[in-house]
Design a protein around this ligand. Sequence first.
Ligand SMILES: NC(=O)C1=CN([C@@H]2O[C@H](COP(=O)(O)OP(=O)(O)OC[C@H]3O[C@@H](n4cnc5c(N)ncnc54)[C@H](O)[C@@H]3O)[C@@H](O)[C@H]2O)C=CC1
Ligand SMILES: CC(C)CC(=O)C(=O)O
Ligand SMILES: [Mg+2]
Length: 363
Amino acid sequence: MNKHITVLPGDGIGPEVTAEAQKLLEEVAVQFGHTFEFTAAHIGGAAIDAEGTPLPEQTVARCKASDAVLLGAVGAPKYDRGPASGRPEAGLLGLRKALDVFANLRPITVFPPLAAASPLKDEVLTNVDFVIVRELTGGLYFGTPRERIQTDHGLEVVDTLRYSEQEIERILRLGYQIAQQRGKRLTSVDKANVLESSRVWRETAERLHAEYPDVELNHLLVDNAAMQIVKDPGQFDVIVTENLFGDILSDEGAMITGSIGMLPSASLGAGGPGLYEPVHGSAPDIAGKGIANPLASFLSAAMMLRHSFGMFAEADAVEQAVQQVLADGLRTADIAGPGDTPLSTAEMGEAVRTRLRATVAAK
Ligand SMILES: NC(=O)C1=CN([C@@H]2O[C@H](COP(=O)(O)OP(=O)(O)OC[C@H]3O[C@@H](n4cnc5c(N)ncnc54)[C@H](O)[C@@H]3O)[C@@H](O)[C@H]2O)C=CC1
Ligand SMILES: CC(C)CC(=O)C(=O)O
Ligand SMILES: [Mg+2]
């Protein structure tokens, strides 16, 4: 198959992990007889520096014209002053909106060799395999007005949490459908004891339940959900929630796996190109050192192969190669134990490509 992938390295460790993910995809193409064409474009701080805006029109056009988009991360402290609309993060939010990728899938999988890297005890880690389905293009990150108002008694600030019923319904439907394909248990997370948007969210989840009677539905308030994810993560199958709650809960979920450097994501919409990115940010504290964990980006690439290209054997091969390096005891610094010699980003990339070649050759 011939596929065109737009690559948006972004900022900080984004270019470091994305370069290795592209090499891995190139290896997949060689091993499985595909042609992947890559086009790089600017986003975030890199786009501000090069083109004066965090989301150039050309970047959006290239993404829309491609089969899938691979993104690194955006953001750096040097852009932290000024209005939110001019920051690198605005570029990513704008791209998600432009591609209409309203559903962000964040699978939380524990790789057994990494159990020691998790802060949770072994008995709590048993049977942990769930996915967070996060609404991605609505809610507090997009609502207007968003402003600072100088009043007679000082500064007031406004952010707006706004959802249409249609936006709530489409993400809940996807949550039900994913639950139907998995363990048939859907946990809808909201703050219906306080927020009106959450009350409509809960009512909609209840109304739609009649169409998905084979799925067991339960509701959790988000504060309790945050606790339950640490206390007993094995209870979850599919968590569906709104944008802000999903952002926070997925970083919490990432730590169950040992490191945020392990957590991939797929952002999908109604038929356009999917956007694939690790859950982590640009990690300014380690950027430029060549030590970032690229596995979240590799697992995001596997999600691209599966969800956008229907390349199931290829996606499985990437995931097996990742499992194999971990089983062989190879670790980047974030998942290394006391006796481990951490690999660099590039060394981990090479190790996964070597396992991929071996996996394919063995078949
Ligand atoms: N999707 C995106 O582009 C995201 C961008 N950001 C942006 O990234 C910048 C930094 O945000 P932070 O809050 O520090 O979150 P972060 O996710 O970048 O980093 C949090 C911590 O995790 C570590 N970490 C992250 N990814 C890692 C990896 N692959 N390997 C090893 N360690 C890793 C970092 O070193 C840091 O100690 C901010 O500008 C933020 O807005 C944050 C989250 C997502
Ligand atoms: C720009 C932020 C909303 C990115 C982020 O933290 C995320 O999507 O997880
Ligand atoms: Mg986040």
